[in-house]
Design a protein around this ligand. Structure first.
Ligand code: NAD
Length: 284
């Protein structure tokens, strides 16, 4: 049975993109965030991205209005999830924060609702253990920017059942994405492979191997990456990268995942990448 009503918790970088693609696929969406400013900003961002799709000929004139009308914004998470078939949580990458949200979702969402996390690295099995329905908890890891990127990494926790996996994979396809099933290990596949590369690029910068532009150009032109690792870190958010590396380092217990001191310094300075206007590169 197809899932028709979806709640997205967190209206930041990822949450607004997930709301966008879900509404575009015809789903009724509740976008929930503590901050009214974030919610207003999310609607502006979604509008801008939909208009860009119209300019590219991917959507008809008038479609953005219909899509936006399917997104309802709010701040009361418990009320917002009371009648949905699936929740995607996209709050910051902090384990205790996510555990608290999942305890609320478990209380407030219908008993048969799927509870998905967009976490980049936190154990789905551990999040699931905070609920009374671990078989209905799953990872639904969208890539940034969500409206553009094809992949959804679907993460099976230890207790996730087949019905939850099947429903999540089917939903990802309905949203126009390509789901790939992976098992629950720190960083899954995407960040297990990506973050050590970003971290090494930051260490190379710290050691004076090359300037940021040069490091990115080597990887773009030499390895055919669409974007250099430092520009990609700026896009993801340097705080998010640091959080993920800390999880990999702690959970896998291997110093090859130790976050570069320069990454820590940038985050401490509030240089978080695109979202703060400055990271390894500067943004207007
Ligand atoms: P973000 O900081 O841009 O947005 C998070 C939002 O959550 C904020 O708007 C904040 O106000 C809201 N929030 C915080 N506590 C809340 C609560 N209790 N209830 C409701 N809303 C709350 O973060 P993001 O970059 O969108 O990342 C969200 C998740 O997605 C993280 O787990 C991250 O690891 C993952 N992720 C991020 C990327 C990326 O490139 N940024 C890619 C894939 C996955």
């Amino acid at each position: 049975m197809s899932i028709e009503r979806i709640a997205v918790i967190g209206g930041g970088t990822m949450g607004n993109g997930i709301a966008h693609v879900a509404a575009q696929a015809g789903k009724e969406v509740r976008l929930l965030d503590l901050s009214r400013d974030v919610l207003d900003g999310a609607m502006v961002t979604i509008r801008k991205n939909l208009d860009r799709q119209v300019k590219k000929g991917l959507l008809e004139e008038g479609e953005p209005e219909a899509i936006l009308s399917r997104i309802e914004i709010g701040s009361d998470v418990a009320a917002g999830v009371a009648d949905v078939g699936l929740v995607v949580e996209a709050v910051p990458e902090k384990a205790e924060l996510k555990y608290g949200i999942f305890a609320t979702l478990d209380q407030a969402a219908p008993a048969d609702a799927v509870l998905a996390s967009n976490t980049s690295s936190i154990s789905i099995t551990e999040i699931a253990a905070r609920t009374r329905r671990p078989e209905k908890v799953i990872g639904m890891h969208f890539m940034n920017p969500v409206p553009v990127m094809q992949l959804v990494e679907v993460i099976r926790g230890l207790a996730t059942d087949d019905a939850t996996m099947d429903a999540t994979v089917a939903l990802a396809r309905e949203l126009g994405k390509t789901p790939v099933e992976v098992n629950d290990f720190p960083g899954f596949v995407s960040n297990r492979v990506l973050m050590p590369m970003i971290n090494e690029a930051v260490t190379a910068l710290m050691e004076g191997v090359a300037e940021p532009e040069a490091i990115d150009t080597v990887m773009k032109l030499g390895m055919n990456h669409p974007m250099g690792p430092l520009a990609l870190a700026d896009l993801i958010g340097l705080d998010t990268c640091l959080n993920i590396l800390e999880v990999l380092h702690r959970e896998l217990g291997d110093d090859r995942y130790r976050p570069s001191p320069l990454l820590r310094k940038y985050v401490a300075a509030g240089w978080l990448g695109r979202k703060s206007g400055r990271g390894f590169h500067s943004y207007d």
